[in-house]
Design a protein around this ligand. Structure first.
Ligand SMILES: CC(C)(COP(=O)(O)OP(=O)(O)OC[C@H]1O[C@@H](n2cnc3c(N)ncnc32)[C@H](O)[C@@H]1OP(=O)(O)O)[C@@H](O)C(=O)NCCC(=O)NCCS
Length: 151
């Protein structure tokens, strides 16, 4: 993947050498964090695994799974001190470019009903809620399904 520079932030592919940093951000960001082996399999698989770096330091990531004509945005997190600086939007914009280049017509994702910051981000980006998956998160909380139509 080409590097992209926005101010001091560089976006590049994650590798297994970033595993410790990724899982640390994940654990700080989610009530039910992905285990390390999920990251290992996504980094090894045919999946988009992009890190946002400030210098050599990983400060956030986006993981997305391209399908036949849509992309599933599986995970996005920005480490707490770096939030509200447009870094999630930067990663998402990169995803739209990728999706359009690969003739994908939709980006889909699920988000906890209580996750107000993420919902605000997706709504600002033009995603629309299309469904609710009841009890999606371990039976404890619903997921809202959001889609962004690219055509
Ligand atoms: C959700 C998350 C990825 C947003 O990352 P971020 O880099 O802070 O987002 P951005 O700075 O790009 O925000 C873009 C816009 O989203 C909205 N937004 C983001 N965080 C918000 C918040 N806490 N409250 C209200 N609106 C928010 C705003 O419209 C914001 O634009 P503005 O700052 O100009 O008002 C980040 O809060 C995070 O990592 N949360 C924990 C992990 C998580 O919940 N991931 C989503 C899983 S579905």
């Amino acid at each position: 993947m080409e590097k992209m520079v926005n101010g001091k932030i560089i976006v590049r592919d994650l590798s297994l050498s970033h595993l410790e940093e990724v899982t640390a951000i994940e654990e700080r960001s989610f009530p039910n964090p992905w285990p390390a082996y999920w990251f290992i399999s996504t980094i090894r698989a045919d999946v988009l695994t992009w890190g946002a770096f400030s210098g050599r330091k990983l400060i956030g990531y986006l993981i997305a799974i391209p399908g036949k004509d849509m992309i599933h945005l599986a995970n996005i997190a920005i480490d707490n001190p770096y939030r509200r600086q447009g870094i999630a939007r930067l990663l998402m914009k990169r995803l739209y470019v990728y999706a359009r280049r690969h003739h994908q017509s939709r980006i889909t994702l699920e988000v906890r009903r209580s996750n107000r910051s993420a919902i605000a981000l997706y709504e600002r980006e033009g995603f629309a809620q299309v469904a609710v998956e009841q009890g999606y998160y371990r039976g404890e909380e619903d997921a809202l399904i959001f889609n962004l139509e690219l055509r």
